[in-house]
Write a protein that binds this ligand. Structure first.
Ligand code: GDP
Ligand code: GDP
Length: 437
């Protein structure tokens, strides 16, 4: 079950970031610090009445500049409409309706997505009458809140959660591999998709989307069922927000979250950029199967060393993702594009691989024999045993005498040894280091 996405939109200074921080409890989704990946505080995981969801502050994506507020508001709303299940439209209950609010409301009224109107800065009952004016936006009942004082947030979140798909509503069956193709604009994602969906593939149909708009493309190939996640945005071209790279990160995030395997497409001519490394960071953090596809290989000047050199450069730029297979393709000529699905099959298998406890412990014991943990403060780490507790991504509980003695470098060493024995190609690992009791 993928997490519902909630987007916060609204003019500058209405209190979006304050609301974002209150709802997320400042638990921003940094599972681990990934070197080289800078993060915008625009994305967080949050929970209300047992439902977890992803929260996006669209206003945090780009700093507003006075002269183009309207344009930026439109982009925000457009991204929210495309990627979110529920949109929270924040207005300023002390300032009243502005023309910008009107414009955004006009856009939001056209979507079938659930829109919750949050009338902020209702800091005390004396402001409560202010909310009535906002009925005029035509978005239903305004909910009076004070993000600053944390008032009315429960009512707001109840309304938000009521717009989520039902928890037991599985989107696709277990046999379908969910694939996200992500990357900056113009790297060639749609061209690759069109190649993959070439004549010999059966496009099952666009899911008529009870809960989401039809944005996924299911198809079958070689008897395997796949679904390309969130392809709609890529097929429509020439939209204004395509120009803004940072929005592509947001769109990627929600697609990554819903996928089993994410394919990061890089422009072979440009190499790895900062936006690429951000997207890769999220793939890693979300524990998705990962493939790196270097596209436009036809225009890269090359000799017999170029490919290896390129791989080294990618490893350097994305050191946390050394497990990901790297492919060099050209959507233009079709070169090696057909191998992408083969790799998706491999990575999807590895992502779901489960290792028997006995075999795992043989590997761990041997690893410890070959390379003893260092002594620290007169004490040595003692690994009692390990067991794989889950898949997608493979997660290992390692029981030790004292978790404090486990160093990152030793964890890396164990990871490498486990990979040497069992593969786990294209999939990140998680370790849970546990004390004896
Ligand atoms: P954003 O630009 O929409 O993200 O707005 P911010 O969250 O940065 O808030 C803009 C200003 O409004 C800041 O000075 C906040 O302290 C203030 N603010 C936010 N929420 C409230 C509220 O509930 N009541 C009042 N009085 N001020 C608020
Ligand atoms: P998207 O925005 O990532 O979906 O990228 P598109 O698929 O729309 O491609 C952007 C541009 O790159 C288009 O002009 C494509 O024709 C071009 N393009 C895509 N793939 C290749 C490729 O493999 N080689 C070359 N030379 N151009 C490509």
């Amino acid at each position: 079950m993928s997490k519902p996405v909630v987007a916060i939109v609204g003019r500058p200074n209405v209190g979006k970031s304050t609301l974002f921080n209150k709802i997320s409890g400042k638990r921003i989704s940094i599972v681990e610090d990934i070197p080289g990946v800078t993060r915008d505080r625009i994305y967080a995981e949050a929970e209300w009445t047992g439902r977890t969801f992803s929260l996006i502050d669209t206003g945090g994506i780009e700093p507003f500049s006075q002269d183009i507020i309207m344009l930026q508001m439109k982009r925000q709303a457009e991204v929210a409409i495309e990627t979110a299940n529920v949109i929270v439209f924040v207005v300023d209950g002390q300032e009243g309706i502005t023309s910008t609010d009107q414009e955004v409301a006009n856009m939001l009224r056209k979507t079938s997505k659930k829109v919750v109107l949050a009338c902020n800065k209702i800091d005390s009952p004396k402001y409560m009458n202010n909310i009535y004016e906002f009925y005029n936006l035509g978005l239903g009942e305004p909910i009076g809140i004070s993000a600053g004082q944390a008032l009315g947030l429960g009512d707001l979140l109840d309304e938000v959660v009521s717009g989520f798909p039902k928890a037991d509503e599985e989107e696709y069956d277990d046999l379908t591999i969910k694939v996200a193709l992500v990357g900056r604009p113009n790297v060639g994602k749609s061209s690759i998709i069109n190649r993959i969906l070439g004549e010999d593939r059966v496009i099952v149909s666009n899911i008529p989307g009870t809960t989401r708009d039809a944005i996924d493309t299911p198809f079958e190939a070689g008897g395997q069922k796949y679904v390309l996640i969130d392809t709609a945005g890529m097929r429509k071209k020439g939209k204004i927000n395509e120009a803004i790279e940072r929005y592509s990160v947001i769109r990627s995030l929600t697609a990554i979250e819903r996928s089993d395997v994410s394919i990061l497409v890089i422009d072979g001519d440009a190499g790895v950029t900062e936006q690429d490394s951000k997207i890769a960071g999220y793939m890693h953090e979300q524990g998705r199967g990962a493939i790196i596809v270097v596209n436009k290989w036809d225009i890269v000047e090359k000799d017999d060393k170029t490919m290896n050199k390129y791989k080294e450069d990618i490893m350097k730029a994305l050191p946390f993702m050394s497990y990901a297979p790297i492919m060099f393709v050209s959507a233009l000529t079709g070169q090696r594009v057909s191998r992408i699905l083969e790799m998706v099959d491999i990575v999807s298998n590895q992502h779901a691989l489960r290792v028997q406890t006995g075999l795992l412990n043989d590997v761990i014991s041997e690893a410890v024999l070959m390379n003893q943990p260092a002594v620290s403060g007169g004490r040595r780490l003692n690994i009692l045993y390990g067991t794989q507790v889950s898949v997608k991504p493979p997660t290992f509980a390692i029981f030790v005498n004292d978790p404090e003695l486990m160093h990152f470098s030793y964890e890396r060493y164990l990871e490498n040894q486990i990979r040497k024995s069992f593969g786990f190609r294209g999939t990140p690992f998680r370790f849970l280091i546990r004390g004896k009791d």
